[in-house]
Design a protein around this ligand. Structure first.
Ligand SMILES: Nc1ncnc2c1ncn2[C@@H]1O[C@H](COP(=O)(O)OP(=O)(O)OP(=O)(O)O)[C@@H](O)[C@H]1O
Length: 256
């Protein structure tokens, strides 16, 4: 059981943006992808979630070949929180979150009381109950982000793939979101820029540079001063904070 990505490559025009990436997310495991701007993290996630066509490789989700399986079946197993959540139509927050129930419905099937209960639960978790009847487009960046996460929660999938989910969120909502994701006890694959968040919440980390996964392991194995210096081209010192002994990082620009 698990999400298996084997030798996945994504190519746009003549350029291979992701080169033979392999990774695994066991059920109930929180897995992070870290790496500098433009290294291919979003492209990898888009390849895994079917947003971009892949040039080669295999993706298997609990035995399901996601490229050939029925789209609704895939959506019942994997929810997606993308990096940019702009939409061209103005739905209310409730309508946006209800979209999470679509994979469970037949054509033209209406929404049931149980669907609305799930929406309420998801909105509560993301502290959005008061926004239920607001237009999605009128929300702030962070509020929109929380709506998209609420939609994914409403989808009730055993796996969730997220691209920088803490983007736009203030500290309180970042902590709340990560705690909520962990408490779901589902398989999570998430791109994270904030290394302290990655170290604190991820069970396993993949480090990516120039389209290649160059290291993997538990946070304390991967997030070493040497690897992070190599990954980000800045000097990095790793230390434990005095509050929970978590991994913290001190960065300094490389001197020429
Ligand atoms: N459609 C496209 N056409 C050409 N180049 C692209 C396209 N999409 C992405 N790229 C390039 O591919 C590289 C990887 O982009 P990607 O968005 O995957 O990076 P990322 O690691 O997620 O970066 P960030 O941390 O900045 O979000 C970048 O150099 C980007 O400019």
């Amino acid at each position: 059981m698990g999400l298996y990505v084997d030798n996945l490559s994504v190519q746009i025009k003549q350029t291979k943006l992701v080169k033979e990436a392999s990774l695994k997310v066991s059920d109930q495991q929180c897995v992070g992808i870290i790496g500098p701007n433009g290294c291919g993290k979003s492209t990898l996630v888009k390849g895994i979630t079917g947003v971009l066509a892949i040039a080669s490789g295999q993706i298997e989700l609990d035995g399901l070949d996601t490229r050939t399986a029925d789209a609704k079946e895939v959506a019942r197993n994997m929810s997606v929180v993308g990096q940019f959540n702009e939409v061209n139509f103005d739905l209310t927050v409730e309508e946006m979150v209800l979209l999470g129930r679509t994979p469970y419905k037949k054509l033209l099937e209406g929404d049931k009381a149980s669907d609305y209960q799930l929406v309420t639960k998801a909105l509560e978790k993301m502290e959005l109950l008061a926004y239920r009847h607001r237009n999605f487009l009128s929300l702030s960046g962070g509020e929109k982000q929380r709506v998209i996460v609420a939609r994914a929660l409403c989808q009730e999938t055993p796996y969730m793939v997220l691209d920088e989910p803490t983007n736009h969120l203030d500290i309180k909502h970042q902590l709340r979101l990560m705690k909520e994701l962990k408490s779901l006890n589902i398989g999570i694959l998430t791109v994270l820029h904030d290394l302290e968040t990655a170290a604190r919440y991820c069970d396993y980390i993949y480090a990516m540079k120039e389209g290649v996964i160059i290291a993997e392991g538990r946070p304390e194995e991967v997030m070493t001063s040497e690897l992070l210096t190599r990954l980000y081209d800045v000097k990095c010192e790793v230390y434990r904070n005095p509050f929970d002994q978590g991994l913290n990082f001190y960065f300094k620009e490389e001197e020429n």
